[in-house]
Design a protein around this ligand. Structure first.
Ligand SMILES: Nc1nc2c(ncn2[C@@H]2O[C@H](COP(=O)(O)OP(=O)(O)OP(=O)(O)O)[C@@H](O)[C@H]2O)c(=O)[nH]1
Ligand SMILES: [Mg+2]
Length: 311
């Protein structure tokens, strides 16, 4: 039996979470049109007769200020890169070489096999002339990785959204996996994350979908009650924002915005749980939580290597 750990790595918005969901045939990791949606590493487990692959979705690699939520996101990326069998380095053809150079620093420190996956190939066909930067970048990447522990294998072109090339890619990944016992015994589990986490993420997704450009980055969601025995299932969640003005925007005039967010999130949660849900959302201000480590920690975003109390 094959068994291995595969990291989905790349800049924000390249389609890492979309591909994870495609491999799993289930929406476990949230996807939005906005960059920096994913904040935590999320494992997705593919069980087949030929073996088990554990995929790790990661936040998008970007330059981050120290000590805040963005540093936490990069910590999650670095943690994921500690010893996988294979890295899928995903490229969005609408990126450009200047943005991608940052990725080489991460790859140089890795000791895994590497596949470059060019995603969004459906879009590439419309304007092929725009994407001429990719081939030279792959050559630079190969040169840059010479003599390192990161072993370049190949380049694949896919469209995660249109499901093009995903099956072939999965076959190629299985080929590269070592023989071994599965990492997770429970073959029915799709993820290592508790259902509460996935529910909180589904609410966070709707904050990204229904609010302006900036506010979603100031939002966190905590599930305060999850009563599965009650019918419909009762879920109470708190949405944390950073400022009073943001609280008003999340609630909206006459509570319309939060109602919208709740309705859309409830539909996804009901699909996930397969039963009716009563979802109650509230909003609270936790002043400047994205830049204060103690507050981040209370929301589950803990910067491990720093001393508690240092903000
Ligand atoms: N055209 C096209 N769009 C895609 C494809 N795959 C993903 N997208 C879109 O790209 C956007 C970002 O997708 P995500 O899966 O959230 O990207 P991500 O890499 O996880 O982003 P972060 O979590 O922010 O790092 C969404 O609007 C997706 O629908 C694709 O194959 N083709
Ligand atoms: Mg993502």
């Amino acid at each position: 039996m094959k068994s291995g750990l595969v990291v989905l790595l790349g800049r924000p918005n390249v389609g890492k979470s979309t591909l994870l969901n495609e491999f799993l045939h289930e929406d476990i990791s949230i996807v939005t049109p906005k960059a920096q949606t994913t904040r935590d590493q999320i494992r997705g487990i593919v069980n087949e007769a030929r073996g088990q692959i554990v995929f790790i979705d990661t936040p998008g690699v970007h330059k981050a200020k120290e000590g805040g939520i963005n540093e936490y996101m990069l910590q999650e990326v670095k943690r994921a890169l500690d010893g996988p069998d294979l890295i899928l380095y995903m490229i969005d053809p609408f990126s450009h070489v200047r943005a991608e150079t940052l990725m080489l620093e991460y790859l140089k420190k890795a000791s895994s096999k590497l596949m470059v996956v060019i995603n969004k190939c459906d879009a590439m066909r419309t304007k092929p002339e725009v994407f001429t930067w990719i081939a030279p970048w792959v050559e630079t990447l190969k040169e840059g990785l010479e003599g390192t522990q990161c072993k370049f294998l190949k380049v694949s072109e896919i469209s995660a959204m249109k499901k093009k090339g995903v099956k072939d890619l999965l076959n190629e990944i299985f080929e590269e996996m070592p023989e071994g016992p599965p990492l997770y015994d429970d073959v029915d589990s799709l993820t290592d994350k508790p259902v509460k986490f996935v529910v909180a993420e589904m609410i966070r997704k709707q904050l990204f979908m229904k609010l302006g450009d900036e506010i979603p980055y100031s939002c966190a969601v905590e599930i305060e009650a999850f009563k599965e025995k009650q019918k419909p299932v009762l879920i109470q969640a708190m949405i944390y924002v950073e400022r009073d003005s943001q609280k008003g925007m999340v609630i909206g005039a006459g509570g319309k915005k939060i109602k919208d967010i709740g309705t859309a999130a409830r539909a996804e949660v009901e699909k996930l749980l397969g039963e009716k849900v009563f979802l109650e959302l509230r909003v609270k201000v936790l002043d400047a939580w994205t830049s204060e480590m103690n507050k981040m920690k209370t929301l589950g975003y803990s910067l491990d290597h720093r001393k508690k109390g240092k903000s």
